[in-house]
Design a protein around this ligand. Sequence first.
Ligand code: GDP
Ligand code: MN
Length: 387
Amino acid sequence: KISEKYDKVFATGCMPIEPDGPKGPKANAAFVVLARNKELEGVIQSLKSIERHFNRWFHYPYVFLNDGDFDDDFIATVKNYTSAPVEFGKIDNSMWGFPDWVDPEVAKEGVRKQGDAAIMYGGMESYHHMCRFYSGHFYKHPLLMKYEWYWRLEPEIKYFCDITYDPFIKMQEANKTYGFTIAVKELRETVPNIFRYASAYKRKNNIKSKGLWEMFLEPPPEKEEVPPEEEQKQEKLPDEILQTEPGDKTLDDIDPEAMEGESYNMCHFWSNFEIARLDWFRSKEYEDFFNMMDRSGGFWMERWGDAPIHSLAAGALLSPADIHYFRDFGYRHTTIQHCPANAPARQLPREPYLEKTTDDEKKRIEEDEYWATPDPVKENGVGCRCR
Ligand code: GDP
Ligand code: MN
């Protein structure tokens, strides 16, 4: 039975919070918020929402990070919206901006071209730095080194269900590494070459799929189908960006054969919400993955997001059992949302307001029919059911 192999919702039905607050162990965890001073309003919205629906009971600390300095108003205002501990940190040049092995003029030109091509955020240098920071650095920031787990929070997000259990503890108990709540398709033009490199990483390190990789694959094309001309002519990333020493390995030699006919279906876990183990990112395998992706220049010559980077790394290194789908978290960011069956708006026809979960409901929940969307991880191999 599939549900024995894959993960299940951590708590079935409505779980009221104990009147004196949750008991039980706390995880070594923090919220991570990357933001700029000008985003204060959006940050307040997010804080109000997560405090109201979760953290007023759990009091997990926050770590705010910025490539600039947070101003006094930002710091004072944030502290007003939570009683949990808050730390504010600056990101230095070792984690933000161009590393010394990149020729900034080449990279800036690459960014400029993406702006001309009207690629979403493609022309915005700071956005590229942000994606690279979230791909390969945040988990090593000095303020995060003491933590085992993080929960990513962004400005202008909204939670609409109470979260009355501790997701870190549940993930720990269930031996999970990475949790998501929404999977969507990436804009192809932001990542034209990402899969070639991820695939090459997998092949060069002799990594066999543990069953998650397939979630990111396009179903094999029909026999006679000829790939569109455009894709055949796909340019490789220019090597000029790399200031490699003679004899250094480059990625020139990646032959298309290496991908064994696989191609990326653009599916990724939407990383503006994430609950994950920091030590996975700090592992040698993830580090190698990031470094190889980084050296390709794709963070500038294309506009690789941290979401497809995290997702393809998970695909290469993790198994479906390591992933948790928080299908019970009502979550919205900009225009995309996940509205689960336990969201208040979906319970309106019920009288009286849901207090107890009936046996029939429990059964449906366990069978996973209750949830708004099918589990994208379960749907692997047939192309991900992204929205
Ligand atoms: P979107 O969600 O992809 O539309 O991108 P956002 O503009 O929300 O950026 C993603 C996250 O990175 C948010 O938490 C932003 O506050 C943060 N962010 C983006 N660019 C910068 C930047 O240049 N500096 C800082 N400090 N944060 C940034
Ligand atoms: Mn955002």
